[in-house]
Design a protein. Structure first.
Length: 335
């Protein structure tokens, strides 16, 4: 066959071949872009809750059923608990946990622009009516702590209430050196069971029905017992009474019980008349004033001694000039 003869096939033009390759490359690039976009859209939908286009703020988590919880654990009661419901210690019931961590009732915050506040408690009331009259006559909102098992407890409480003042129950509790140190004829003792503890608590409250709270008389040993202090504060809370810790010992138990269950609680800051000289009582009173100014409030405890009354008579009228407001315990708690 000669060089100029045809072979039966048409020769491919090089220019057309280049155009064909460019077209194929363009189609492949377009397909790649489409696949990349689809992949990115799918990935975005997964990060937004599994539904393309869903907003992350609308993602919802289905709570576990009780049967699916580990070890059969059930959710603790919260705000749906029946208002005012309190456990019954006589039936061995345990108090429900609070719906949120309770505020430390013994340390109410100082409000902006308010004067420092000083609450003064006069302990051991009820041995005689005559002892309480001078303190009521001072005309200031003192709080009186009445022993429930002494001869003139009810008469003294009636006098305090008629004068428009507040009283609390001074709960007789076992001290470390019991029985050499005797808290009273009808005290709370560590040897008593929980039912007896609750029964005596309710007897105290029935004897002094207008009390707004309670505090411990002695009790250096008793206040270390967490189970009994839980019964005490639970029974008080049944009638919406607070607990004032006189702090006759350094135990944190009463505060821990109050924090755990959300019970209203206060603590003593200063003892006014541990030393019965008027000079010492005066120094203690000024210490309480400084504490009130520093922290916004303070609680001082004294007793119905003539020396204590004279110091209060001199100093209470000066508090307003010093920017300190005398108040009751209930007012300090915001009640």
């Amino acid at each position: 066959m000669g060089a100029g003869q045809r072979t039966g096939k048409l020769p491919v033009n090089l220019r057309e071949e280049k155009r064909l390759r460019a077209a194929v490359h363009g189609v492949l690039a377009f397909i790649g872009l489409v696949l990349l976009g689809a992949g990115l859209a799918l990935l975005s939908g997964v990060t937004q809750g599994g539904h393309p286009g869903a907003s992350p703020a609308l993602v919802m988590v289905q709570p576990l059923s009780d049967s699916a919880r580990p070890d059969g654990a059930r959710p603790r009661p919260g705000l749906t608990a029946r208002p005012g419901a309190r456990p019954d210690p006589d039936r061995g019931e345990e108090p429900p946990p609070p719906s949120e961590p309770p505020r430390h009732e013994g340390r109410p915050r100082r409000g902006e622009g308010k004067a420092a506040r000083l609450a003064i408690v006069i302990d051991d009331i009820g041995h005689t009516v005559e002892a309480v009259r001078p303190f009521v006559g001072l005309g200031y909102p003192l709080t009186f702590s009445v022993l429930p098992d002494v001869p003139h407890a009810r008469e003294s409480a009636a006098l305090i209430h008629e004068a428009g003042r507040e009283y609390i129950i001074h709960l007789p509790m076992q001290p470390f050196d019991y029985p050499r140190e005797n808290p009273g004829s009808y005290p709370l003792l560590l040897s008593q069971g929980m039912e007896e503890t609750a029964r005596r608590m309710r007897a105290y409250m029935d004897a002094l029905p207008l009390a707004s709270g309670a505090s411990n008389h002695m009790g250096s040993a008793y206040t270390y017992d967490a189970d009994r202090m839980q019964v005490v504060q639970t029974v008080l809370a049944e009638r919406h009474l607070f607990f004032l810790n006189s702090k006759t010992s350094a135990t944190p138990v009463p505060e821990q019980v109050a924090r755990r269950w959300g019970y209203p609680y206060l603590e003593r800051d200063v003892f006014l008349d541990h030393d019965l000289s008027e000079a010492a009582i005066e120094r203690a009173f000024q210490q309480a004033v400084r504490q009130a100014r520093r922290a916004g409030h303070a609680i001082a405890i004294g007793h119905p001694h003539p020396q204590t009354w004279r110091v209060l008579r001199r100093n209470l009228p000066r508090l307003a000039r010093e920017g300190v407001q005398p108040i009751s315990l209930s007012t300090l708690l915001g009640r």
